[in-house]
Ligand binder design. Structure first.
Ligand SMILES: [Cu+2]
Length: 135
């Protein structure tokens, strides 16, 4: 009988400790020291970087492009048939212009901020593919 009571007490104690642990998790402050990470010397390269890819003769041109991170790449359809730009792999968010939605003269833009190699295709034309390496 005493043993049973002791067990009961320890269960209750555990429960209290667990509750205490659960509710004391409030020091997740992650945004306190962000200002110390940017040296002033590296500041003025925030905008203006651009890259261009043409869609011509059912190909992306250049097929492989290397850009600095933060570059805005513009794809331009220089063909008379529709194309699209659809990311298939690589870092950063997925993007897609929409299936076959770029008519002649249409453009599509993406700003690429995550280093790595992005692969993309035109879903309308098998084999029409390109890569962009972000550095
Ligand atoms: Cu195409």
């Amino acid at each position: 009988m005493t043993r049973f009571f002791a067990t009961l007490v320890s269960i209750v104690a555990c429960g209290l400790v667990a509750a205490g642990c659960g509710s004391s998790n409030s020091d997740n402050s992650s945004s306190s020291n962000t200002k110390t990470q940017k040296p002033a010397a590296a500041a003025p390269k925030k905008s203006g970087k651009t890259g261009a890819v043409s869609m011509k003769n059912i190909q992306f041109s250049p097929k492989a492009l290397t850009v600095a991170k933060g570059t805005t790449v513009t794809w331009t359809n220089d063909d008379s048939v529709n194309h699209d730009v659809t990311k298939t792999s690589g870092p950063g968010p997925k993007f897609a212009s929409g299936s076959g939605n770029l008519a002649q003269g249409a453009t599509y833009k993406q700003t690429l901020t995550t280093p790595g190699t992005i692969k993309y295709v035109c879903t309308v034309h098998p084999g029409m593919a390109g890569t962009i390496t972000v550095k």
